[in-house]
Design a protein around this ligand. Sequence first.
Ligand code: SF4
Ligand code: SF4
Length: 136
Amino acid sequence: MAISKRIVLHFPKRLVERPIVSRLVKDYNLDFNILKASVTPEEEGLLVLELSGKQGDYDKGIRYLTKTGVRIQSLSQDVIRNEERCTHCGACITICPTGAFELEPLTRRVNFYDERCLACGLCIKACPPRAMELHF
Ligand code: SF4
Ligand code: SF4
């Protein structure tokens, strides 16, 4: 059975330069479409992929990624902002790889555009008052 899933891959610094994703095509017969790629301030690589192929190949490919040290996150979770907690400090703006936060110049408020959010979770740790929450 063919499947297609959107996932986020977190590459630790030591793996950022390695051709890991290309092996998914060569060794596991999977197709991928890169939806977003970035390097975080801690130099972790972040890749949002649509990965498709046969279920068995997909499972093997995921096992290969996990074994090499890549952290995988599915996009079936949702990140929301607890508006009562947000102090509009701006700490999340540069952290977010998709530009989901923007500073409103006149009011100095930080707007959150949840339609841009890929649920990578990076802003959760970065937010001092813990206003960003992960929901499953
Ligand atoms: S880091 Fe947290 S408190 Fe600061 S603007 Fe972003 S969501 Fe609001
Ligand atoms: S989880 Fe946070 S950092 Fe990640 S894309 Fe969504 S808003 Fe941006």
